[in-house]
Each structure stands twice: as C-alpha cells, then as structure tokens.
Design a protein around this ligand. Sequence first.
Ligand SMILES: Cc1cc2nc3c(=O)[nH]c(=O)nc-3n(C[C@H](O)[C@H](O)[C@H](O)COP(=O)(O)OP(=O)(O)OC[C@H]3O[C@@H](n4cnc5c(N)ncnc54)[C@H](O)[C@@H]3O)c2cc1C
Length: 299
Amino acid sequence: MHDIVIVGAGPAGLTAAIYALRFNKSVLIIEKGTFGGQITYSPKVENYPGFKEMSGNEFADLLVDQVISLGGEIELDTVTSVEPGRVSCESGNIYEAKAIIIAAGSKHRQLGLANENELVGNGVSYCAVCDGAFCKGQDVAVIGGGNTALQEAVLLSDICKSVTIVQNLPALTGEKRLSEQLDKKDNVRIICSSIVTELVGNGKLDAVKIKNTESGSEDVLDVDAVFVAIGQVPENKAFESVCTLDNYGYITADESCVTGTKGIFVAGDCRTKAVRQITTATGDGAIAAVNACRYIDAL
Ligand SMILES: Cc1cc2nc3c(=O)[nH]c(=O)nc-3n(C[C@H](O)[C@H](O)[C@H](O)COP(=O)(O)OP(=O)(O)OC[C@H]3O[C@@H](n4cnc5c(N)ncnc54)[C@H](O)[C@@H]3O)c2cc1C
C-alpha cells in the first residue's frame, strides 16, 4: 500500500508528489501519456514566476527529476476507476492508497466535424509544437483566437509559408502582446467571426470550408494542415462515481482541493476554477498534498 496515489503527472500531480514526498509519505503517480502533462505542448512558457522563458518540456523535465530524486514512483498506465483506498488501471493493476489525489487535467477540444478523427495525423493536429515541423513551407490554418491559438500561430509563422487564423468571435481573445507579434508577420492572415464547417479531403486534408457567422458567406481555404486550438475539456469520466462533476465535467471542489469523498482530493485543471494555468495547477498540487498528508496523519 502507498500513502498516496496520484492520477496524472502534469504540473499539479508532480507538485503534489514533491510536497507529499517532503512530508515523508510514499507516493505513486500513474500517468497515461506524457510525463509533464499539457505543458509539454507549449514551445515557450513566459509566465511562470522565476523563469523568464523556458519550454514546456524543460519545465516538465525539472518537475519529473525533482519527484524522482525525492523517491517518488511513476507508472505508465491509464486509471480506469477510483474508489476510496483503491485505484484501478487499464493494465489490470490495482493500487491501494491511504489517500488519492486526482490531477487528470484536461485535453484538447475537437471541432466535432464528421471526418476529423480520420484526418488526425493527415492534416489535422492539436499541437503545433508536436506537428509544426512537418508543415515546413506549407499553407496552414490555426483554428481559435485565444492564447494557445496565438502562440501556435507565432510558432508556425516561422516555419510555414502562410498561416491563416480562423476565429469564431469578432476579435482575437489572446494576449495583446501575441496579437502584436502576429501583426508584424506578413505571412499571417486573421479571419474573425468565422467557423469551420467542413474538413475537405479523403485520407488527407486538402482544404477547409469556413462560414462567416455574421454575413453567412462561405469560403474555402486551401491548406495543407489545420491546427485546432479551441480550448480544453476535462477527462473526468473515470472519477464520476466518486466525485461530483459540474455542468462542464470538472470535479467540484473549492481551493482546499477536498472532494465530497473522504480520502479523495483533486488538483489542477480538472477541478472547478476560474484560471487554468501552471501557477494555479502547482498551487493546487501543494494544497491537495498538504491536505492529503493531514488526512493520513489523522487516520
Ligand atoms: C499548448 C498549450 C500551451 C500552454 N501554455 C501555457 C503557458 O504558457 N503558461 C501556463 O501557465 N499554462 C499554459 N498552458 C496550460 C497548462 O499547461 C495547464 O494549465 C497545466 O498543464 C495544468 O496542469 P494539470 O497538472 O492540472 O493538468 P495536465 O497538464 O493536463 O496533466 C494531467 C495529466 O493527467 C494525465 N491523465 C489524465 N487522465 C488520466 C488517467 N485516467 N490515468 C492516468 N493519467 C491520466 C494526462 O495524460 C496528463 O498528463 C498551456 C496549455 C497548452 C495545451
């Protein structure tokens, strides 16, 4: 039995592990994908205090190293269900723990178009850091107008022939500094108040059809790839029997990171909260770990 099992090795889960290990608790983290979580998709992080600039991968490596050097264990597996004291995984492994911290984060939102899944890897991507290099010299579109979309557009504009940003709202919503950076690029075009209605292509993306939501006019963009950056959705299905989810699927808990179920805590982007960033995820990780340790000490 471990003192604490943590679901997810993103910034929240890894920070929770660092705090719990420093309280002399035994800790196992179970991660189904990438050690470091979503931030590994970010080419440049410039808003984490103490680090002027770093890549998401650099940050993730530092956190993982710190956890391992403190004696934390990390397993690659997918957690399929959680109940007080027990975590079950896809591999068939079941882990017992005095306390469980759910730090499962969120994943990219899809456009929801008919052939979207079929075209993933063949012109449809959700990560410019991962796939941008395959689009060297090509015409691409970025769907979305928030910070992630703008960061991806900046990155792609240095590699691709042209980048067209398609935003459903009348204006971009990302940081002004990023829009100003894009304004200076002559290979970047911004189309607002428009939605993607069709991904054109059979086995490989050839173009996207867009529709202006104000005028109703339609257009076709001949692009080799689209990068979809329209937000995130939580991955909390496996936990709905032990945690209350809000209307958007986030686990309901306040700043204490305590859920309604004894011995189960929640941290990071998968929790109800107003700001989803690495600062808030690491803050949650610390709080969830401290409260989980106090819970264990009182058993
Ligand atoms: C492209 C991009 C750029 C960003 N840039 C910035 C930035 O510049 N600054 C900033 O502050 N924030 C940025 N963010 C947001 C930041 O990455 C997140 O707020 C932060 O990663 C949340 O941390 P987390 O640990 O809560 O969740 P996540 O990072 O999502 O980690 C959760 C982990 O849990 C794992 N997991 C999920 N379900 C299971 C399961 N059932 N079993 C096992 N493992 C599971 C996932 O695989 C994942 O690794 C960016 C996000 C993206 C996508």
